[in-house]
Design a protein. Structure first.
Length: 156
């Protein structure tokens, strides 16, 4: 069963672009925007990452850290971060364990063809590691996603 609002996120989240462990306890006392996205260097995912980059300071002023997750490799994440000067960590969920825990790995359809992939989803997590809000794929505007989150956190 996928994690829901009110659930505590797991302690071990995965390995980042530098092959360093990312843990819930790394964010103790901080709020977290954990966003799952399909693939590095694709148009929608790049727009979403750049939205976070361009609003990173505003999100941090609001008390939030940002971490992205995709099934791409550490090497792919390093290149993506370098190319777009992303100031936040990216988890390389190559085994899809984290995505499966959060319910973001699932069936998708493109051009009438069904396949499994990452479902673009964002989790807003409080200082205790509790999920406070889930923004599902159909509600995410990749170009304005950071602004969407800034609106949502006003209501939390």
């Amino acid at each position: 069963m996928a994690l829901q609002v009110g659930d505590k996120i797991p302690e071990f989240l995965g390995l980042d672009q530098d092959n360093k462990e990312v843990r819930r306890s790394d964010f103790a006392g901080k709020k977290l925007v954990l966003y799952f996205y399909p693939k590095d260097n694709t148009s929608g995912c790049t727009a979403e990452a750049c939205s976070f980059r361009d609003n990173f300071d505003v999100l941090r002023e609001a008390g939030y850290e940002v971490v992205g997750v995709s099934a791409d490799s550490v090497n792919s994440h390093q290149k993506f971060i370098g190319k777009y000067q992303l100031p936040f960590r990216l988890i390389a969920d190559t085994d899809k364990k984290l995505s499966e825990q959060f319910g973001t790995w699932g069936e998708k359809t493109m051009y009438g063809k069904k396949y499994f992939g990452m479902l673009r989803t964002t989790f807003i997590i409080d200082e205790e590691g509790i999920i406070r809000k889930i923004i599902p794929p159909k509600e995410i505007n990749t170009k304005e996603h950071a602004q969407q989150i800034l609106e949502v956190i006003k209501t939390l």
